[in-house]
Design a binder for this molecule. Structure first.
Ligand code: XUL
Ligand code: CO
Length: 445
């Protein structure tokens, strides 16, 4: 792409140049075609760029106006023309970066119209536009979603709103966004409960709101099957922000919700690193919890700021944090429909257009290096072997009889008395295991 319609002038195709490269516009670790543990790096990581932070956000915050150089955001009196311009910029970026996927909210790609019919027509027009760009560039859709949190009607939630008419509008919006995702061959559809929560319990009926949310998700499941969408439905947990309390608090909370409402098997999880830390967990904890519950779906990679208590959505830069998450993902068999979406935004002072490249390249190299370390941890089996041996007693006759229900408390009392069972504590070896992880990170090449 050259000429007047090129937005990222001065940046060409980003390519792999190896760990010794000093050029910030090259990959040092991400080598898409390199085979790691039996699969191409690109197919393991399934990287996606998010539309909203990268192309919609102007750099505004609660204290000030937009700062970022984003010429495609100049709307003028032609909102659909501006949306097309923004999409051209987005696909130029995806193609130059070489990431195989992108993710979007309905309102990211098509602005609200004056009437529901105009809003729907705009989305349809922009879905057609996206299909053209996707065919031209080969970029695919990791997931689509609906923005059920920006419009004032959703101030008190969408599905959990006290007004059933708001529920109805949200349902109509999700039906359309799911169809748009299906039309674009999306691999997943995400439900992030933006304002499904409360500001104060004084005006909130928790039991009703949970029942409404469950009904909503059932309707989405039903619509998915009706239209033949083959992708995975994913709920994205977050504990708070924008609401004081969000119902999809963390992986364990959503797992309980899905079980209570007969939704297990229909919905999995999209886990975001910064949401994990806001919930008081490590990202490792959230990924391992989802894997243990069989709910691993996809990842929103980013990082928070240890000194700030809000969702800063910074680009990930900790190889260790990403190695631990990827270790759990690889141990669970790797991504199926999921992948790694960079739900990341620049700092407000990173105003230049090419800063978008710097942020993404650094993040991509971080997860690529983490993949090498995680794959080598899986391959040598050091952690798995230790864990296996730690629980070996449960594969013996005593453990088996406890778990299969044949031993009662009284049986166990008798056995302890008669056999003189007197176990001695064994080391959990945490520091040794931490050394193993460090060694694999240091040697990953
Ligand atoms: C908000 C967030 C969203 C979802 C999609 O914290 O992570 O961008 O990923 O709605
Ligand atoms: Co997210």
């Amino acid at each position: 792409m050259t000429g007047a319609d090129e937005f990222f002038t001065g940046v060409g195709q980003i390519s792999y140049a190896g760990p010794d490269s000093d050029d910030p516009l090259t990959f040092r670790w991400y080598d898409a075609d390199r085979v790691v543990a039996g699969k191409r790096m690109e197919d393991h990581l399934r990287l996606a760029v998010c539309y909203w932070h990268s192309f919609v956000w102007s750099g505004s915050d609660v204290f000030g106006a937009g700062t970022l150089d984003r010429p495609w955001n100049a709307v003028g009196d032609d909102p659909l023309g501006a949306a097309r311009q923004k999409m051209a910029a987005a696909f130029e970026f995806f193609a130059k970066l070489g990431t195989p996927f992108f993710c979007f909210h309905d309102r990211d790609i098509a602005p609200d119209g004056a009437t529901p019919a105009e809003t729907a027509a705009r989305l349809d027009a922009m879905v057609d536009e996206a299909a053209g760009h996707m065919a031209r560039t080969g970029v695919r859709l990791l997931w689509g979603t609906a923005n059920l949190f920006s419009h004032p009607r959703y101030a008190a939630g969408a599905a959990t709103n006290p007004d059933p008419e708001v529920f109805a509008v949200a349902a109509a919006q999700v039906a359309h966004a799911l169809e748009a995702t299906h039309a674009l061959g999306g691999a997943n559809y995400v439900l992030w409960g933006g304002r499904e929560g409360y500001e104060t319990l004084l005006n909130t009926d928790l039991a009703r709101e949970e029942a409404q949310l469950a009904r909503f998700i059932h309707m989405v499941v039903e619509h998915k099957h009706r239209i033949g969408f083959q992708g995975t439905l994913l709920i994205e947990p977050k504990p708070a922000e924008p609401t004081k309390h969000q119902y999809d608090h963390d992986a364990a909370t959503v797992a309980g919700f899905l079980d209570r409402h007969g939704l297990a098997g229909e919905v999995r999880l999209n886990l975001e690193a910064n949401h994990a830390t806001l919930a008081g967990h490590s990202f490792h904890h959230e990924v391992a919890t989802a894997a243990a519950a069989g709910l691993l779906g996809s990842i929103d990679a980013n990082r928070g700021d240890a000194q700030n208590g809000w969702d800063t959505d910074q680009f990930p830069n900790s190889v260790e944090e990403c190695t631990l998450a990827l270790y759990e993902i690889l141990s669970a068999g790797g991504f199926t429909t999921g992948g790694i979406n960079f739900d990341t935004k620049l700092r407000r002072q990173s105003m230049a257009r090419d800063d978008l490249f710097h942020g993404h390249i650094g993040a991509i190299d971080t997860v690529a290096r983490a993949l090498l370390a995680a794959a080598s941890l899986v391959e040598t089996g050091e952690l798995a072997r230790f864990r296996h041996e730690r629980y070996a007693g449960w594969d013996g006759p005593l453990g088996a009889r406890i778990l299969d229900g044949s031993h009662t408390l009284v049986d166990l009392r008798d056995r302890v008395d008669e056999d003189g069972i007197d176990p001695s504590p064994r080391s959990g070896r945490q520091e040794l295991l931490e050394q193993i992880v460090s060694r694999h990170i240091e040697r990953a090449r």
